[in-house]
Ligand binder design. Structure first.
Ligand SMILES: Nc1nc2c(c(=O)[nH]1)N[C@H]1C(S)=C(S)[C@@H](COP(=O)(O)O)O[C@H]1N2
Ligand SMILES: [Mo]
Length: 368
């Protein structure tokens, strides 16, 4: 059974159940100013779509200025027979593909990891969902005449700097295998929830890799190159991997199955009546097939109801009607299972950079 981390003294006065999913008006929860990093506020983590101003932001460097993006063009080069240079208008000539996609930072919930690790101390708000609009990457790749020997596609952002103090400057760089780059769901996006991308989310154009942690979705794209060797850079080699016990390194790629409880909030005080426990669940390996809820820290489980829109790459809303049997202190937990049968673990696997924190997270409430 999971233990509560709250203290009885920390328990607030009675909470009101939300009647609707109004987003908070307070803006992002700040983590860092430059590079800009902020997470989605808890009150917004019950809304299926995240309003653009409250979509979490995770930057490794200062982001481009409007002046720097004014004369923007995307270059596609490398091992190709037909190098291209495309403007935003060129992209708008293609039929627009839209897809709801949940993006989660690999370091989401890092502050829950014990023992603590360095890195942005995210709570559970480094995750958001938008309907992304743009052009499938493979359609553009089909135009450049990929030459034989190409094995990866490299994406370069307009932003760069010292990845950590003292390490040589580089651009933000990530690659995908040619296979993954040709996945029809990988988008070159210029729209987010029907609006042009904002500067902090990658204007004019960004990559969106559905089902993968956020680091793959390169913002402020300036160059796409076909390459003949495996790419290695700071953010693909020195970071975003998990060290296995035998010393090998597993790259952080697809989002592991996970859930969060939107309501009630941790430390809440509830009256003894029927309550609607609600939340979200997601996985990079397909639809969520089941969410279970426990009010005794994981000893016994009941199925929650899956509600709302159902898409492969977007999170799934769920709720569970709970009537506490008596007054007292309760530890509520939820766990998700995806269509591949992956079950959210009770405990996160500790790792030194604090990635893939997907163990169940208890919410403690007092019922009186
Ligand atoms: N060019 C560039 N792309 C980037 C990053 C960055 O620092 N520079 N950060 C990555 C990381 S770690 C995440 S989690 C997502 C966050 O996207 P968002 O800020 O739009 O939420 O962008 C990714 N793409
Ligand atoms: Mo991230």
């Amino acid at each position: 059974m999971l233990q509560c981390t709250c203290t009885q003294a920390g328990i607030a006065t009675a909470e009101k159940e939300p009647l609707c999913t109004q987003p908070d008006e307070i803006g992002l929860v700040p983590i860092e100013e430059d590079p800009l990093i902020g997470e989605t506020p808890q009150g917004t983590l019950q809304s299926w779509l995240t309003p653009n101003p409250l979509f979490y932001v995770r930057n490794h460097y200062s982001f481009p200025t409007p002046e720097e993006t004014a004369s923007w063009k995307l270059v596609i080069d490398g091992n190709v027979s037909n190098q291209l240079e495309l403007s935003l208008d060129d992209f708008r000539q293609y039929p627009k593909q839209t897809l709801p996609i949940t993006m989660e930072c690999a370091g989401n919930n890092r502050s829950d990891l014990q023992p603590r690790v360095p890195g942005n101390p995210f709570q559970n708000g480094a995750i958001s969902t938008a309907i992304w609009g743009g052009v499938p990457l493979y359609e553009i790749l089909a135009k450049v005449g990929i030459k034989s020997g190409s094995i990866e596609v490299l994406f370069e952002g307009m932003d760069g700097g010292e990845p950590v103090p003292g390490v040589a400057k580089e651009q933000y760089l990530r690659s995908l295998t040619l296979d993954m780059a040709n996945n029809p769901n990988v988008l070159l996006a210029y729209e987010m929830n029907g609006e042009p991308l904002s500067l902090e989310h990658g204007y004019p154009l960004r990559l969106v890799v559905p089902g993968w942690y956020g680091m793959a979705s390169v913002k402020w794209l300036k160059r796409i190159s076909l390459i003949t060797v495996k790419h290695r850079s700071f953010f693909q080699g020195e970071r975003y991997f998990i060290e296995e016990d035998d010393g090998t390194e597993t790259p952080v790629e697809d989002i592991q199955v996970k859930s969060l409880i939107s309501w009630p909030q941790d430390g809440g005080a509830l009256v003894q009546q029927s309550h609607n426990v609600s939340g979200l669940a997601w996985s990079g390996s397909g639809h969520i097939n089941r969410v279970q809820v426990s009010s005794d820290g994981g000893d016994t489980w009941e199925d929650a109801k899956l509600v709302g829109p159902r898409y492969e790459f977007a999170w799934q809303q769920w709720n569970y009607s709970w009537t506490p049997a008596s007054e007292g202190h309760y530890t509520i937990v939820a766990r998700a299972e995806d269509e591949q049968g992956n079950l959210q673990p009770m405990e996160t696997r500790w790792n030194k950079f604090g990635y893939v924190i997907n163990g169940v997270k208890p919410v403690c409430v007092n019922v009186s």
